[in-house]
Every structure is written in C-alpha cells, then in structure tokens.
Ligand binder design. Structure first.
Ligand code: M6R
Length: 357
C-alpha cells in the first residue's frame, strides 16, 4: 500500500536510493572478478544490441554506453517496434530489456531478429515472464513491484543492474582489468547517496519552479553526452504524466531547428553535467526569452547533481552519466501533473504493460 504517500509514484520515486543500494550490495562483489558475468555462461561477443521500448530503452542506452565507453564494445539501440528491419551480426550479444517482460513489441522483436550465432539476454523485473522464458540467460533487475504506470524505480534498477553486469562482462572477457573495475565499482557505490541527496533537493526545489511554469504548453529538455538520455527520459515522463508536449534534444541540435520553438517563457530544462559547451546553448535560449532550468550541482536552479555534494571522483560518470538527474525529472513531471489535476498513477490512454501490438 502507499499509506504514507499521496500516490504510488511518489512512493516509488522515494524507494530509489534503497533499491540501488540493495542491488549494489548483491552485485558489486561479482564485478572485479568477472564472476557475475561468468555465471551466465554466455558465449564470447563482439558487439551489443539493445532492444526495448520507452523507459526501458532509455535504460538500455545507458547500459550499452557502459560497454562502449569502458570496453570499446560497439553498441546499438533498437526500438523494439522497428526491429524487423534490423540485421544482427554474428557474435552480437542482444540485450532485451523490459520491466514487465510481457511487452508485445519486445517479444515480437526477438522473434523477428535472426539471432543466428548471437545470444539473447533478458533484463527484466519479472524472471517468470514470457521474455525471460525465451532468453538464453536472464538478469533479474530486482526493483520490486512497481504499480505506477510511469516507470521510475525500475529505470534506476535496470541501469544499476545492467551496469554491474556490463562491467563484470568486460572483466570476464579481458577488456577491463580488475583494478579499473574495482575503481568503477567504488564509483557505483556512490549512487545510493547521490540519489538520496538528489531526492531531498528535488522535493524542496522543484515544486516552486513548477508553480511558476505550469501554464506553458510545451517543454524542451536538453543534454549533452551522457546527459542526453536523461533529457529523453525527462521529456517522456513529462508527456506521459502531464499530457503536455515535451521534446528532448542533444543541446547542439538546437540551432538546427528546435531553437525556433523557443519564445518568451518557454521552459527549457537542461541536464547540466558540466559540459562547457552547454553555456553557449543556454545563452541562445535566454536570448530568446526562454526560461532555463538547470539541473546541476550547487548554484543551479535544481542543485541535484552530486558533484560538489559528494566525493568529486566519478570515473563512471562517462558511462552511466548523471543518473541522479532522473529524480528531479520524475519529481518535475509528477508535480506538473498534479498541478494540472492528472492521475499520476494511471495516466490516460496508457497501460503499465503494453501486451498488444
Ligand atoms: O515493461 P516494459 O519495460 O517493456 O515497458 C516498456 C514501456 O512501455 C515503458 O517503459 C513505458 O515507456 C513507461 N510507462 C514510461 O514511464
């Protein structure tokens, strides 16, 4: 039940630090010796293909980036509903990622893709699901039940779980040495605290900003590098919950079209992960009267990112990016939805598990 919370979404947002801590306690010991990966008994691989939908696909993109940034393993992300035209080369590790394990688009995708000499691994919150039964190996994302239609704690759980397995795989296949892996694991260990700090900051700083901006009809989300996927997740959450238009872009794309959308008062939410090139993008938005909201470290509008709050050493930041930025994005979307009188646990037109084509 959610007796202490106004809704399941708020409960599930609040659970994220402990979900991450629980997963890390269980999985980190198997990173530096590669044992987590070896236990799956999978054949060698040369590349990664991620398959999923919506929030799970966003989580998959982060996991794929961990393989590429740290192990130089090329990865591609496949939108499950578009998988029919995809060619998977031999020795590809296909990672199908689905909270429910019952999403029709994902199940159809794995039927359509010719796996040939490749192997299929499922990352799912339901190890008894149809997807889990069809995969060569199953990784349980261990988020616990999620009731809200909007994926929140399952997103964090998928990323933390997937990155642990990715790093273990890179050790097991001699792409990363165990000292570097241990260093990265120490970085992963910061995640629960970063999420908890981010939650505290978000609950305080987001509501007044939403009160000021709730009349807008469209919202832009910008990021660079490892921040782009979080901009995508923020825009998805906002659309799903508030029924307002939201778009995300790599900030460098602004001048190639979307800048035309910005007019006085347009809210532009920036995942400010310290990329110096963001300053120019922010200046472009401000020059047109856009309302920039920076999600960054101390001094930002939403000072929810760990740098400056936690230990500064974060080698993993390149791979899993500013994971804690998802918390203010979730809180923002929920708060806006509440201001607009929406049902945050059951948005219109949507189902928790999309079992139809
Ligand atoms: O169960 P799945 O992870 O396969 O579901 C995929 C998407 O339908 C899901 O993530 C959807 O995008 C969320 N409702 C977004 O919050």
């Amino acid at each position: 039940a959610h007796t202490d919370h106004a809704d399941f979404m708020s409960k599930e947002i609040g659970e994220q630090p402990e979900v991450a801590a629980r997963i890390l306690d269980e999985l980190t010991p198997g990173i530096a010796d590669g044992s987590l990966w070896r236990a799956l008994e999978l054949p060698p691989f040369d590349r990664i293909a991620i398959v999923g939908c919506g929030t799970s696909l966003n989580a998959g993109r982060v996991i794929g980036t961990a393989f590429s940034r740290h192990g130089h393993v090329p990865h591609s992300a496949i939108v499950a509903s578009e998988a029919s035209s995809t060619i998977v080369e031999p020795r590809t590790l296909v990672l199908a990622i689905s909270q429910s394990g019952e999403t029709a688009d994902v199940l159809r995708a794995i039927d359509q893709v010719d796996l040939g000499l490749s192997s299929l691994v499922a990352i799912t919150n339901n190890p008894h699901s149809t997807l889990a039964r069809r995969a060569d190996s199953v990784i349980d994302s261990h988020a616990g039940p999620e009731v809200g239609v909007a994926a929140t704690k399952t997103f964090v759980a998928q990323i933390v779980t997937g990155v642990c397995f990715a790093l273990s795989a890179l050790v097991a296949t001699d792409r990363v040495d165990r000292y570097h892996a241990r260093w990265l694991a120490d970085d992963l260990a910061l995640i629960p605290d970063l999420l908890a700090q981010s939650l505290a900051v978000s609950l305080e700083s987001v509501p007044p900003l939403v009160a000021r901006l709730h009349a807008a009809t469209g919202y832009l989300f910008l990021g660079r590098g490892a921040g782009v996927v979080y901009a995508a997740e923020g825009a998805l959450k906002l659309k799903e919950l508030s029924y307002r238009w939201a778009e995300h872009y790599p900030a460098g794309e602004l001048k190639h079209g979307p800048l035309a959308l910005v007019e006085p008062g347009t809210p532009v939410i920036v995942i400010d992960n310290d990329d110096p090139r963001l300053e120019g993008n922010i200046a472009e938005v401000r020059a047109r009267g856009g309302e920039v909201l920076r999600i960054g470290s101390i001094g930002s509008d939403i000072p929810a990112l760990g740098r400056g709050i936690a230990e500064p050493r974060r080698g993993g930041i390149e791979a899993w990016g500013p994971l804690e930025s998802v918390v203010p994005l979730q809180v923002f979307a929920r708060q806006l939805a509440l201001e607009l009188g929406r049902d945050v646990d059951k948005p219109r037109n949507l189902a928790k598990s999309v079992t139809v084509d």
